[in-house]
Design a protein around this ligand. Structure first.
Ligand code: DUT
Ligand code: MG
Length: 151
C-alpha cells in the first residue's frame, strides 16, 4: 500500500463527513465528497467546480491520480465530470476539485458531504521524446480510426 500525504482543508471532513476510504478490500477508488455549505441544484447542462475539502501531495513523478465519475451517478442521473476525467499531477498541492456536469435532462440536487466522484492512483511513465525522421515499419503503420473494421 502506497502512503500518500493529505491535508484536511474543511473541518467537516473526518467529522460529519467521513474521510475517503476504500469501500471494500478490492476497491480501486476513494470516494470524494462535495464540501458544500448548502445543497446545490445542478440544472441540466450546468457545470460547477466543487471543493472536496482536501489536498494530496503525491510527490512521486511515477504516480498520478485520476478523478473519475461514480458509475451510479453517471448512469442513473447524468452526473459526470465537466473535464470527463480529472488528472492530478504528482506535484499538485492544492485542493482537489471536482468539475460536476449534469449531462442529463433533469435537475440533480447535490447534498453537502455527498460522494460525487472517485480518486484512483495510477502509475505514470514519463518519456523523453527522441526525434527521428522515420520509424521502423509496424504492421499497423499509419492506419487508425476504424482502420481494422468493426467485426
Ligand atoms: O479534475 C481536476 C483536474 C485537475 N485538478 C488539479 C490537479 C492538477 O494537477 C491541476 C492541473 O490540472 P491539469 O493539468 O489537468 O489542468 P490545466 O488546465 O493543464 O492546468 P495547469 O496549467 O495548472 O496544468 O489541477 C483538480 O483538482 N481536479
Ligand atoms: Mg496541465
Amino acid at each position: 500500500m502506497h502512503k500518500i500525504q493529505f491535508k484536511i482543508l474543511d473541518d467537516r471532513l473526518g467529522g460529519e463527513f467521513p474521510l475517503p476510504n476504500y469501500a471494500t478490500p478490492g476497491s480501486a477508488g476513494l470516494d470524494l465528497r462535495a464540501c458544500l455549505d448548502a445543497p446545490l441544484d445542478l440544472a441540466p447542462g450546468q457545470t460547477e467546480l466543487l471543493p472536496t475539502g482536501m489536498a494530496i501531495h503525491i510527490g512521486d513523478p511515477g504516480l498520478a491520480a485520476v478523478i473519475l465519475p461514480r458509475s451510479g451517478l453517471g448512469h442513473k442521473h447524468g452526473i459526470v465530470l465537466g473535464n470527463l476525467v480529472g488528472l492530478i499531477d504528482s506535484d499538485y498541492q492544492g485542493q482537489l476539485m471536482v468539475s460536476c456536469w449534469n449531462r442529463g435532462d433533469t435537475t440533480f440536487r447535490i447534498e453537502p458531504g455527498e460522494r460525487i466522484a472517485q480518486l484512483v492512483f495510477v502509475p505514470v511513465v514519463q518519456a523523453q521524446l527522441e526525434q527521428v525522421t522515420s520509424f521502423d515499419a509496424s504492421e499497423r503503420g499509419e492506419g487508425g480510426f476504424g482502420h481494422t473494421g468493426t467485426r
